[in-house]
Design a protein around this ligand. Sequence first.
Ligand SMILES: N[C@@H](CCC(=O)N[C@@H](CS)C(=O)NCC(=O)O)C(=O)O
Length: 200
Amino acid sequence: MQLFGNTDSGHSYKVRSFLLLTNTPHDYQWVDLSNKPSYFLAISPFGEVPVLLDQGQVFCQSNSILIYLTQKSGQLTGGEEWQGALEWLSWEANRIGFSVPNYRFALHWQAQPPEVMHYLKQRMLTDLNTLNERLSTRAFLLKSGPSIADISCSAYLFWLDQVGIDVADYPNIKRWLAAICQLPGWSHPDSAMKRALSPD
Ligand SMILES: N[C@@H](CCC(=O)N[C@@H](CS)C(=O)NCC(=O)O)C(=O)O
């Protein structure tokens, strides 16, 4: 398996996390998003990372890739709560996986007008409150334990400091992230997604 991703891409980090947490052999290929190589553009259906290549087949869209990987491996599926896992992935795509990355991108790479910044920030705060509230009664998003729901919804939250959020203000999220960090094989996105040094 080959995963194409980038240092700052939490969407790519979701897939890398799954592969690391499940100890799945793979090759991580860092892609320069400011100058996308032609070999990458040739395989990437939307010109975005992540892309996963498995046995000659191309997979894209992070949550869809997570679904593929759980079905292939039988791991982190949520078991009988599979439908719940899918609900969280859909929520993530339109809420926390929209608000946090877009606000972060606007803060660090491409400033937006104040009203857009305000909109993104308020949406992010709403999403963090939703997660914090839902985590008040459980250790992980599904009662059965860690699943792709946690991998997907937590991905960008390991960079909360980059969007001016003190995670201590969201104690249930803080506890949840700490529990995810304890899972065997877990790696912070800054280490998991960095570009490998090329051999001299
Ligand atoms: N919905 C996609 C989002 C992927 C995405 O936004 N990828 C960004 C990096 S995080 C990207 O490749 N941006 C490069 C570009 O759009 O040119 C997913 O879940 O995989």
